[in-house]
Ligand binder design. Structure first.
Ligand code: SF4
Ligand code: SF4
Length: 241
């Protein structure tokens, strides 16, 4: 985002709206630190500026900076997947996509939220530790997949590493018995991470609407606490044999 300094009247109203702390005064007018800005669009969408000094720059859709907008602005559509909201439907449409089957668990590592954000290097720390532990199955329909240069090492494309986003989701589906391996790999990377994350473990309910006990015991055995969270999309369900 940019602020036209010759239009800005220096009221400062826009500054508290920025989750990145990227807007600051410079010579009594607001300016945006282009390194810190996530291109989330919050300052513009708030319509708080009395003189319309806040504008989206022409380069906001240029690669690799465009990733800032795709992952941070909930109104943008990710160019790789054509999906809004961090570029993935994750578990929300599993009833029809069956990304995560009956003998599998889905994993979604949601990093950066709430409102802390991170550099894409934090994603690489996770993809690398997963790769070191033999976990290479990043979901093909997740935009992170196309950002990986080498699936054996988990390295991201180097031109991405200076970019910053508000939040992103690393997703995969694995056989249930490999859940402990994933959980241990994630614990390994926690001390290195310079952001916050939520770990989603996605599973289909068993008859009687119970969470599969083997999934819960794996989570608890690795020292994680959990709380149930259902994603129910009325009308999407279909019968599977
Ligand atoms: S686009 Fe988002 S991160 Fe950038 S200045 Fe505006 S509110 Fe801050
Ligand atoms: S709200 Fe507009 S006029 Fe006020 S400081 Fe921000 S950019 Fe300048």
């Amino acid at each position: 985002m940019i602020v036209f300094k010759d239009v800005c009247v220096g009221c400062g109203r826009c500054q508290p709206y920025c989750p990145a702390g990227a807007i600051h005064f410079d010579d009594y007018r607001s300016t945006v630190d282009q390194e810190l800005c996530f291109e989330c669009g919050t300052c513009l969408r708030s319509e708080i500026c009395p003189v319309d000094a806040i504008q989206e720059p022409a380069n906001v859709y240029e690669y690799p900076r465009a990733l800032r907008k795709y992952f941070s602005d909930p109104t943008s559509t990710h160019a790789v997947t054509g999906i809004q909201g961090r570029g993935t439907e994750e578990s929300k449409t599993n009833d029809v996509t069956l990304r995560c089957g009956l003998d599998q668990v889905g994993i979604a590592i949601e990093i950066g939220r709430p409102t802390l954000g991170m550099g894409l290097e934090e994603i690489q720390k996770i993809t690398r530790v997963l790769a070191r532990n033999g976990i290479h199955e990043i979901e093909p329909n997740n935009p992170i997949n196309s950002m990986i240069l080498d699936h054996q090492s988990g390295d991201l494309k180097p031109e991405l590493l200076d970019e910053r986003v508000l939040s992103a989701i690393i997703e995969m589906s694995i056989d249930k018995e490999r859940l402990p391996d994933i959980l241990r790999a994630i614990k390994e990377v926690i001390p290195e991470l310079d952001s916050v994350f939520t770990l989603d473990v996605v599973t289909m309910l068993e008859p009687g609407l119970t969470v599969p006990p083997d999934v819960l015991s794996s989570i608890e055995a690795e020292g994680f606490s959990w709380r149930p969270n259902a994603k129910i999309n009325m009308g999407l369900g279909k019968v599977t044999e």
